[in-house]
Design a protein around this ligand. Structure first.
Ligand code: SF4
Ligand code: SF4
Ligand code: SF4
Length: 269
């Protein structure tokens, strides 16, 4: 009930995943300016450093590489560079399909996989339009960029942003980053990617060419884009004890309490 006479309370959107507030609730955004990027990949190495991930693989997203710079060629070998990592969607498909609600959307922007809750079913891997989730071969759990939410809690910016030597990465309140992206795109005759894709994201790219030229997929503006979870993955999830008896029990409990969540997994719109 609204306290103001004649004013209806704002509808509280029912979200198919857990949400949380870590700080002040203001959504933050990473801004990548492709016009400035020189493809040095210091951001890629910085990500590994902060998250204590082994070096070695640099060019492909995986359990130990949460951020890549596209195309997968050495510095100096491309004219246009792109950033490939989690987009921290405002309406994350990965979280909507998770049978045990292991993925949380923070009001401040980050979409975070809670490692201790993941049962390794791989639904999120297939539901992500950007294909940036990997399965850790050691733990069997899903893993990806966290937007350095631990650093945000200390008042710091994501480590990739902190390290970029040419100011190609920025971080701040969403509205401020949107305005900066528009200005940069206007000055350089480019375009902004990430504002409308999948219903909006917390990573904006200022592009100088087509999305494909930057290694980015074409993703529609609707929330929770249609995904293709292979039948083999679905059947394994339904018919086997994925994640062990306790994982299966948690999935059954979630489906029992919130059956409306199932449509995001089995009947993607
Ligand atoms: S980009 Fe993929 S992994 Fe990241 S929040 Fe969106 S759906 Fe999830
Ligand atoms: S692998 Fe399965 S349980 Fe783990 S986060 Fe992804 S959808 Fe959730
Ligand atoms: S550190 Fe900056 S310039 Fe280097 S690849 Fe990353 S975004 Fe581009």
């Amino acid at each position: 009930m609204s306290l103001l006479p004649g004013v209806a309370p704002a509808p509280v959107e029912r979200r198919p995943y857990p949400t949380a507030r870590g700080l002040d609730g203001e959504a933050r955004t990473i801004l990548f300016d492709a016009a400035k990027c020189i493809g040095c990949r210091q951001c890629v190495e910085a990500c590994k450093d902060w998250h204590d991930l082994p070096r070695g693989e640099t060019y492909r997203i995986g359990a130990t590489t949460w951020l890549t710079v596209e195309p997968p060629v050495p510095e100096g070998m491309a004219r246009i560079w792109g950033r490939n990592s989690c987009m921290h969607c405002d309406h994350p498909s990965c979280a909507a399909v998770c049978p045990v609600e292991a993925i949380t959307k923070l009001d401040e922007g980050p979409v975070v996989i809670v490692q201790s809750a993941c049962i390794g079913c791989q639904y999120c891997v297939h539901a992500c339009p950007w294909h940036v989730i990997a399965i850790n071969p050691v733990t069997g759990r899903a893993i990806k960029c966290t937007m350095c939410h631990d650093r945000l809690g200390q008042g710091a910016v994501p480590f990739c942003v902190r390290i970029c030597p040419v100011d190609a990465l920025h971080f701040g309140p969403g509205a401020e980053m949107e305005a900066r992206a528009d200005t940069l795109a206007g000055e350089g005759g480019g375009s902004v990617y990430g504002r409308r894709e999948a219903g909006g994201t917390r990573v904006l790219h200022v592009l100088v060419g087509s999305a494909a030229a930057h290694g980015l997929p074409a993703v529609g503006s609707g929330r929770y884009p249609v995904h293709r979870i292979p039948w083999s993955t679905t059947l394994r999830g339904l018919l086997t004890l994925t994640g062990g008896p306790r994982g299966k029990w948690r999935a059954i409990q979630s489906a029992w309490r919130k059956p409306w969540r199932l449509k995001y997994r089995y009947w993607p719109r």
